[in-house]
Design a protein around this ligand. Structure first.
Ligand SMILES: Cc1cc2nc3c(=O)[nH]c(=O)nc-3n(C[C@H](O)[C@H](O)[C@H](O)COP(=O)(O)OP(=O)(O)OC[C@H]3O[C@@H](n4cnc5c(N)ncnc54)[C@H](O)[C@@H]3O)c2cc1C
Length: 452
C-alpha cells in the first residue's frame, strides 16, 4: 500500500525546505526526499546569497541564526592589464552592520533549513532518490523512489534543482538546451581568517580583463574572474558557456589555462595571496544559468496537473548573475501557498494551479532575475574593447549603478513598498537582522553545524 501525503517535496537544497516548512506549518502532511546523505551536499561548495533574499524571503531565516560565513559589504572591481591592476571601482561599499549579501556553504545552510522544516513536522528522508512520478489520468499523484517505494500525494513540489529530470518525466518541461548551460570551475583555497580580513576585508573581488589577457573565460560571465570570500577560505571561480556562437570550446582546458595565466601573471595573486593559501579542492559544476534569456526555456511551464516546480528546476536562476537562492526561496513560498489553497479547494488540476504562474509572474525579483541581461551584455562591451565603456558597465553592474531604476532598483522599490504595506514593522525586523547577523559574525556565534 503506497504511503499517502498531502505534499511531497523533492529535493532539500535551498528551495525545498522552505516550501516543505510552509506546507507543514499550514497543517499539511508533508514529506521531503533528498538524494544526498546530507541536505545541500550536491550543491556547489559555497555561494553568496544576495541581501534581497534575506530581506524579502522567509521570515524564519531573517529571525533565525543561519550558518553564515562572512558578511559581504562590497563588490570590488579590479581591472587587469599586462598583469597589473590598473584601476578599480568600489562604488558600492556599505558600512557595518549593513551587508549586500552573506557568503555561506551549501551543506550547513541547507541542513539548517531542512532542520527547521523537520521542526515544523516535515518527514525528511535523505539518501533517497526520486526516480519517477506516479501519473494517473495525466495528473501527477506521487513519486517512485530508487528503493522502489511508491509515495502518493495530492501535490508534488519539484525542488530538485537543475540536474534533475522529474519535470521532464512528468511531461511538463524539456531538457535544458546546451546553449543555456555554463560550466563552472571553482578553486577552494584555505586562508587564515586574519589574512582574508587583511587582503579582502568584507569584499567580493572581481577581476575584469580584456580577452587578449586570457584571464577570465572569454565566452562566459562577462570575462570576470571572481573571488568569493568565506570565514577562512577564498574561492576564485570562472564560468564558461558550453556552446557560444556556434563554437564548442574545450571548457576544462580553457578554464585551467586561464586560471594558470591569472596565478602566474597577476602580481596581486603572486604577492598578496599565493603565500597565504593552500589549495583544498577544485569543484566542477554544470550550471544551466542562461535559461531565462532563451525564449524557449523561459516559456516552458513550471506547473502541471498535480505538480509545481520551483527554483532552479523551474529555470529561475539568474541569467545575469547566477544568483538563484532568492528566487528559489520566493518561488518555494509561492508554491507552498498555492499547494495549500489547492488542497483546501480539493482541486489540484493544472487550471487551479495556474495561479502559481500568475504569482510568479507578479514577483518583481523572480522576473528580474530571469530576464536581466547585464552580464551577457558585457561580452559585447569586451568585444568593442572600449575601456571607458567597460568601466561604465561595471559600475552599473556591480556598483551603485545596480540600484538605478531599471536594474535592481525597480524590483527593490516594488518589493520594499509591498513589504511595508503588508507589515510596517518589517523595517525594524530588517534592522534587527542586520544587527544580529553582524554581532554573530563578530563573536563567531552563527549556528555551526557538524554535518560530516
Ligand atoms: C557554481 C555555482 C555558483 C552559484 N553561486 C550562487 C551565488 O553566489 N548566489 C546565489 O544566490 N546562487 C548561486 N548559485 C545558484 C544556486 O545554487 C541555486 O540557484 C539554488 O541552489 C537553487 O535552489 P533549488 O532548491 O532550486 O535547487 P538546489 O539547491 O540545487 O537543490 C536541489 C536539491 O534536490 C536534490 N535532488 C535533485 N534531484 C533529486 C531527486 N531525483 N531525488 C531527490 N533529491 C533530488 C539535490 O541533491 C539537491 O539537494 C550558484 C550555482 C552554481 C552551480
Amino acid at each position: 500500500m503506497a504511503e499517502q501525503y498531502d505534499v511531497i517535496v523533492v529535493g532539500a537544497g535551498f528551495g525545498g525546505p522552505v516550501a516543505a516548512k510552509r506546507c507543514a506549518d499550514s497543517g499539511l502532511h508533508t514529506i521531503m526526499l533528498e538524494r544526498s546523505r546530507i541536505p545541500g551536499e550536491k550543491v556547489v561548495s559555497g555561494l553568496v546569497i544576495p541581501i534581497y533574499g534575506f530581506l524579502f524571503g522567509p521570515e524564519f531565516i531573517r529571525e533565525g541564526n543561519p550558518p553564515l560565513e562572512r558578511p559581504i559589504r562590497s563588490v570590488m572591481n579590479r581591472f587587469v592589464k599586462n598583469g597589473e591592476i590598473y584601476d578599480y571601482d568600489h562604488s558600492l561599499r556599505l558600512p557595518a552592520p549593513i551587508a549586500v549579501g552573506y557568503s555561506t556553504y551549501c551543506k550547513p545552510f541547507c541542513t539548517w533549513l531542512a532542520d527547521r522544516a523537520v521542526d515544523s513536522g516535515v518527514e525528511l528522508r535523505t539518501a533517497t532518490t526520486v526516480v519517477d512520478v506516479i501519473k494517473e489520468n495525466g495528473s501527477v499523484r506521487g513519486v517512485i523512489t530508487d528503493k522502489g517505494e511508491e509515495l502518493r500525494s495530492k501535490i508534488v513540489i519539484d525542488a530538485g534543482g537543475t540536474q534533475n529530470n522529474l519535470s521532464i518525466k512528468a511531461g511538463i518541461r524539456k531538457k535544458f538546451v546546451p546553449e543555456a548551460i555554463e560550466l563552472y570551475m571553482i578553486w577552494d583555497f584555505e586562508m587564515a581568517k586574519e589574512d582574508v580580513d587583511r587582503v579582502f576585508g568584507n569584499s567580493m573581488e572581481f577581476f575584469h580583463v580584456m580577452p587578449e589577457e586570457r584571464i577570465g573565460a572569454p565566452l562566459g560571465y562577462g570575462s570576470a574572474l571572481y573571488f568569493f570570500t568565506y570565514r577562512n577560505s577564498i574561492h576564485p571561480g570562472m564560468g564558461q558557456f558550453l556552446v557560444t556562437e556556434g563554437k564548442i570550446p574545450n571548457v576544462a582546458k580553457l578554464l585551467r589555462e586561464y586560471f594558470d595565466n591569472f596565478t602566474t601573471k597577476v602580481r596581486r595573486w603572486r604577492e598578496d595571496i599565493a603565500p597565504k593559501v593552500t589549495l583544498r579542492a577544485v569543484t566542477w559544476d554544470v550550471c544551466p544559468i542562461y535559461a531565462g534569456l532563451i525564449r524557449e526555456m523561459r516559456e516552458m511551464p513550471y506547473f502541471g496537473d498535480g505538480m509545481l516546480i520551483i527554483g532552479d528546476a523551474a529555470g529561475f536562476e539568474s541569467a545575469a548573475f547566477g544568483d538563484g537562492v532568492p528566487s528559489a526561496w520566493f518561488s518555494a513560498d509561492i508554491a507552498a501557498g498555492v499547494a495549500l489553497e489547492a488542497i483546501k479547494a480539493g482541486d489540484t488540476s493544472r487550471s487551479f494551479l495556474k495561479r502559481y504562474e500568475d504569482r510568479v509572474k507578479a514577483d518583481p525579483f523572480i522576473m528580474h532575475t530571469i530576464t536581466d541581461t547585464r552580464r551577457w551584455d558585457m561580452r559585447e562591451v569586451l568585444k568593442s574593447k572600449s575601456e571607458s565603456e567597460l568601466k561604465r558597465r561595471i559600475r552599473d553592474h556591480w556598483g551603485i549603478g545596480a540600484f538605478k531604476y531599471k536594474y535592481l532598483g525597480g524590483p527593490c522599490l516594488k518589493a520594499t513598498g509591498r513589504s511595508i504595506k503588508n507589515d510596517a514593522g518589517i523595517v525594524a525586523e530588517w534592522l534587527e537582522m542586520f544587527r544580529r547577523y553582524y554581532r554573530n559574525w563578530e563573536e563567531d556565534r552563527f549556528d555551526r553545524l557538524s554535518t560530516d
